[in-house]
Design a protein around this ligand. Sequence first.
Ligand code: 3EB
Length: 332
Amino acid sequence: MAHGHEIAASIISARPAPHVSYRYGAAAAAALAEPGTLAALSFGAEALPPSDDPRALRIRLQPFDAPAPVEVWQVGTPVEHGRDGALCWAAGGGWLYASIELDEREHGGPEASAAAAYAALRRFVGGRDERHVLRLWNYLGGINQGEADAERYRRFCQGRAQGMGDFFANGFPAATAIGHRETAPWLQVYLLACDRPGTAVENPRQVSAWRYPRQYGPTPPSFTRAMVLPDRDALAISGTAAVVGHASVHADDLDAQLEETLANLSALLASASMPAGFGAHSPLKVYVRHRADVSRVRDFMQRRLPGVPALLLHGDICRSELLMEIDGWRYA
Ligand code: 3EB
């Protein structure tokens, strides 16, 4: 009977999604000592004590919540970790976390820094079993500075595409690109990869980002809207904003942008054949451009997404008319 073999094979190849949670205080501080911790991403200086552990990354976005949160990724197996030049990594159970942080002043601007970051990540990941990059995050300073095609986000897109080369020829990962407010121009890029491929998901309400028309810049952004993880037990959701077709909608209307973003998030669940709705099983991050909007964003989250663990972070969205963006996870 083949049945027993199939069960054995499915156990051997199982790649349950990393568990993502938001932690505070002592629970956050304990994360790196737990055996399955792949990454601990802190927001705000006081969230974690300084650490040389390559799994600890201090994200350069200020949280709007106190105490400061730490996002912890955990897998059900032991984890090994290390460094490779400027790159930090951790791996276990078929999963890989990798991060790189570059000072633009040492690389000559956003294009060269993005190209260097992606070249380093691609070289490292390409040499690993976990070579399927499912999800990427990018944080850079002054994202909306510069006019038209000289805007720093557009220059970042150009360098990113150059650094990627043909590594994602079979499809882009899901991604986020957000601006931080620090004066020093650090670029932070980190990723989740697996030794099994995921399934890319597009949003039928939106033009695929890599097909955006020329008006948004010479190099279209390279990301897919969401990624179903290999065991189909979770959806990794890209940065999602009030974009319909390829156009930003509801410029300067925060509440309308929040509603449109929720419509996009719901469309992604449907497109991924995930059950509708968000709740305790869908940790999200909300990037908010203006501090003055935070209480309205919080009200919206409590009213329209009750029970959803949400981090509110101070970040600039890559189109200056967009006031907020949401990314995160939806577990099946
Ligand atoms: C958008 O829908 C908003 O450049 O990697 C969202 C997610 C956005 C990722 C990226 C940009 C990126 O076009 C912007």
